[in-house]
Ligand binder design. Sequence first.
Ligand SMILES: [Zn+2]
Length: 251
Amino acid sequence: MEVYYIVIFFVFGSVFGSFYNVVGLRIPNDNFLESDRSYCPRCDKTLHWYELIPIISYLFQAGKCRNCKEKISPLYPTIELSTAFLFSFSYYFFGFQLELVMAVLLTSLCVIIVVSDITYMLIPNKILLFFLPFLIILRIIDPLEPWWSSLVGAAVGFLLLTLIILVSKGGMGAGDMKLFTILGIVLGYKGILLTFFLATIFGTLITLLLLATKKINRKSPVPFGPSICLAALTTYYFGNYIINWYITSFF
Ligand SMILES: [Zn+2]
């Protein structure tokens, strides 16, 4: 475990996080390839390279556009910082094993979904379909224990969410269902059940927090994607500890 590599993963993570902001914002609008340079959404000023350094630029500009003083969404640096942390944590957790690739892919998928779902209340099919083959191939080369856990996990994720959608009539969408199916492949059947349980808790806590701080009212829809992603990452890293703790505490 080299500290040197942890720093490299952090720096790469912040750069990828900056890219994932763009992907998450542009893919649902189909303008991903329209403009290769980043610009201020209010005054259209093209940003200089020194205004595009992840995390640091935001701090130096005090969260405002240098030209028109428009407030820059704190989502950008939050996403950059989260990706940086998750990339370096993935390396810290796995070292240079094959599972490190899965950790980086899962982090990337989750980060892009959080951006799209917070901004548009949408989990883009294109993103899910882009990641799906890589996740399947990795789970074939580097299977869970037992190997069929991924198959059962996908089935459980699909059926559980389909049931919820039918019962709740609009609480969750088809995007959430597809995401759960894919996460079932990565996390297995125990993992997907824990993810569902944690996502419900995180979703409730986030909604209560937003209501308490008056960011939303009782009728506002709250995207569920961020809670699912937070739950999936928690399960991915700490699921075994949580399940063992639960079994030894209550049985
Ligand atoms: Zn501006």
